[in-house]
Design a protein around this ligand. Structure first.
Ligand SMILES: N[C@@H](CCC(=O)N[C@@H](CS)C(=O)NCC(=O)O)C(=O)O
Length: 208
């Protein structure tokens, strides 16, 4: 049994999308952000004490953190899909991307979002956020040169995970300066499993 706690306009869409790509059966518990604070509802805390989405309920218990959830799903139910094999030379880059997606890639998003909320637009703080963004977006852009996906010709869960960085960058700072990344994002959003996620999962402000 897999039960996904899904929050509107959030990173839980990535897990929804992965499950759709794999064609796995799963239940969804829909949660809504508070219209003003944008925070998740208390019901998320009932699913997992940390109170963040996504949460995946499994036969072995509940788990948070999209990267850990995706790793769990692929190990248990992936049958080798969407990730390089342990002896593949692509494993190194794959693991790097999966971690960039939730650390170096997410830091500038949070800096930017909290900076804007605190009225720090145009300040030194905001410039620092832009510089952090430029670093990670430049790396994504360079990695996609002449390649349709982050690992080359093969679409993997790393594309799903890192897509959130590009989606938020597009909304927060614009991504016209990163044509490879912009084209990649459109390519990802055209996938039937992503379209199904939007159709079934509801509001997601970052879709193409
Ligand atoms: N690193 C975590 C981030 C989890 C996270 O911060 N989720 C946000 C939505 S994108 C959330 O639950 N926000 C609601 C809240 O903080 O109340 C992941 O990738 O799963």
């Amino acid at each position: 049994m897999l039960k996904l706690h899904h929050l509107n306009h959030s990173r839980s869409s990535r897990v929804f999308w992965l499950l759709e790509e794999l064609g796995l059966p799963f239940e969804v518990v829909f949660h809504e952000r508070h219209p003003e604070t944008r925070m998740g509802p208390p019901a998320l805390k009932a699913a997992h004490p940390i109170g963040k989405a996504p949460v995946l309920e499994t036969d072995d218990g509940a788990i948070v953190e999209s990267g850990a959830i995706i790793d769990f799903i692929l190990r248990r139910h992936g049958n080798g899909a969407l990730a390089p094999a342990n002896d593949s030379p692509d494993l190194l880059r794959y693991l790097e991307w999966m971690n960039i997606a939730v650390s170096i890639g997410t830091n500038p998003i949070m800096l930017k979002v909290y900076g804007l909320a605190a009225g720090l637009q145009g300040t030194e703080f905001d410039q620092r956020a832009d510089a952090e963004f430029a670093g990670v977006l430049g790396f994504i852009e360079q990695s996609l040169e002449g390649r349709p996906y982050l690992l080359g010709d093969t679409f993997t869960a790393a594309d799903i995970q890192v897509s959130f960085v590009a989606e938020l960058a597009r909304v927060l700072i614009g991504i016209d300066a990163y044509p490879n990344m912009a084209a990649w994002l459109l390519r990802l959003h055209a996938r039937p499993a992503f379209r199904a996620t939007i159709e079934k999962g509801g509001d997601y402000a970052y879709a193409s």
